[in-house]
Write a protein that binds this ligand. Structure first.
Ligand SMILES: [Zn+2]
Length: 269
C-alpha cells in the first residue's frame, strides 16, 4: 500500500515540477522512481525530507532568476534537473532508505539527514549567495574572487548555508513526530545534527572547489567556469585534478556530511 501511495505522491510532485519546467522528462521519471522508493521502502521521514530539499531549492532557484542568469551559465547545476541530477541529489538517500529497510538502525537516518543537509546547504548558499552584492572571497586565501568562482564564499552565502542545513534538521525531526517515531525532545538534537553536518559538508564542497576540483576557462570571455561549454564554445581545463569532477566533489562532500551526522547522532541520542 505504501508503494502505491509513494508512487502517487511522487507522480503528483514530479508532474507539477515538470509543468513548472523544474524537471526534464527524464528527471520527472527518475523523481517518480525515487519518490516511490523513499515512501514505499521508507516513510514520511524519508520522503518529506527529500521533498523539503527539492521544493526549497526549486523555489530559491526561481527567486530573482534574472539577476542570477549570467552566473548560472558557469555552474554545472541549474534549476532544470535531468535524471542524472535527480539521482545525484537523491541517489545516496535512496541507498540509505534501502539499507534502513534491510538493517533497521537509526544511524542510517542520521546519515541521511547529514547528506540532505549538505546538498540543501550547498544549494541555498549558491542560490542566495549569488545575489550578494559583496564580492565573494576565496575560502582558502580569503582574497576577493570573481562572482561564480568555485570556492568563493560570501557572508550571505554562509548564512544561507546554515539556514538550509538547519531547516533540514528541524524538518526531519518534525516528520518523525508526525509518524509517531519521535517526540518534541528530538527537535534540538536533529537541528544540531543538520546544522553542523550540513554546514561542514557544504564548506568542504567550497574547499574542494577552491583546490582540487577540475575547473575550466572560457576562451571567449575569460571566466573560470564548471561547465565544458561557455559563450557557445568549448572551454579548456584551467586548474584542478582532471578526474575531480563537480559531481565527484558533490558526492564526497555529501558523504562527509553524512558521516559527520552519523557520529553526531551517536553522541547526541
Ligand atoms: Zn564565456
Amino acid at each position: 500500500m505504501d508503494w502505491i501511495w509513494g508512487t502517487l505522491f511522487a507522480l503528483l510532485v514530479a508532474g507539477a515540477a515538470y509543468r513548472k519546467k523544474s524537471l526534464t522528462v527524464s528527471g520527472s521519471a527518475a523523481a517518480v522512481v525515487m519518490g516511490a522508493v523513499y515512501y514505499g521502502a521508507g516513510n514520511l521521514f524519508w520522503f518529506g525530507t527529500l521533498l523539503l530539499f527539492f521544493i526549497t531549492s526549486t523555489l530559491l532557484s526561481r527567486y530573482k532568476k534574472r539577476e542570477k542568469h549570467e552566473l548560472e551559465k558557469s555552474y554545472a547545476k541549474t534549476g532544470n534537473r535531468d535524471a542524472a541530477q535527480v539521482f545525484a541529489n537523491g541517489g545516496l538517500g535512496m541507498i540509505l532508505v534501502i539499507l534502513y529497510t534491510l538493517f533497521p538502525h537509526p544511524v542510517w537516518m542520521y546519515v541521511f539527514v547529514g547528506i540532505m543537509a549538505t546538498v540543501t546547504a550547498d544549494t541555498w548558499a549558491t542560490e542566495i549567495g549569488s545575489l550578494s552584492r559583496r564580492q565573494p572571497r576565496s575560502v582558502i586565501t580569503l582574497k576577493p574572487v570573481a562572482p561564480g568562482t568555485s570556492g568563493g564564499v560570501t557572508f550571505t552565502g554562509n548564512v544561507a548555508s546554515m539556514l538550509g542545513a538547519l531547516v533540514i534538521g528541524v524538518g526531519a525531526s518534525l516528520f518523525l513526530q508526525v509518524i509517531g517515531e519521535e517526540t518534541l525532545s528530538s527537535i534540538a538534537p536533529y537541528a544540531l545534527i543538520g546544522l553542523v553536518s550540513g554546514f561542514a559538508g557544504a564548506y568542504l564542497d567550497s574547499l574542494f572547489g577552491a583546490t582540487v576540483q577540475r575547473m575550466y576557462r572560457c576562451p571567449v570571455c575569460g571566466k573560470e567556469v564548471e561547465v565544458k561549454e561557455h559563450c557557445g564554445v568549448r572551454t579548456t581545463q584551467s586548474r584542478g585534478l582532471s578526474w575531480m569532477s563537480n559531481d565527484l566533489v558533490n558526492l564526497l562532500s555529501s558523504l562527509f556530511g553524512g558521516a559527520l551526522a552519523g557520529i553526531l547522532g551517536f553522541l547526541l541520542f
